[in-house]
Design a protein around this ligand. Sequence first.
Ligand SMILES: [Zn+2]
Length: 187
Amino acid sequence: MDDELSGEKWGRKFPGSTNTRDLSGNFRLAVEDFLYAMKEAGIRVAINATYRPPQRSYLMHYAWRLARKQLDPQHIPKMAGVNIEWDHGEIDASVKAAKAMLIVLQIHHLPIKPALRSQHNSGLAIDMDLLWNGTVEVKDASGNMVKIATLPRTGMNRQLIAVAATYGVKKYNGPGSDRPHWSNNGY
Ligand SMILES: [Zn+2]
């Protein structure tokens, strides 16, 4: 099968999910319980990503690096089942096509390169934005009500992160920063 040149349409080929039903087994149950507790507490939740096919991660990673001229299109490794040709024969055209992909993949503002493999590929991670007003009381997995009056009123709140951990939902704790990211193991 002939390879197809990179560009905008590749951003739509391997869609990711924003639904918790596409998460795996116990982690899905943990996330759904935590989401329910947050809803009851009046915390607003916007889910941006749950399951992400490995092919989408591959496209995100290399399009991001190519758009920033961090590597030569000829040196991008192939991925089985992804018949993409990154090299348009001329660097400016290759970079322009990669940039068009970043917009469709919604990562054109991302300051760090997206991971080539992540817990999302196994349905073990969720990206979400959290927001609330005033003081909230969130039930932890043991049924205790935890009053949260501290700042920030976002997913970076240490008290909320501790509550999430009781459910088995761990805030990102790997290298660098990944603010919206939660997973089964903190990676
Ligand atoms: Zn994530």
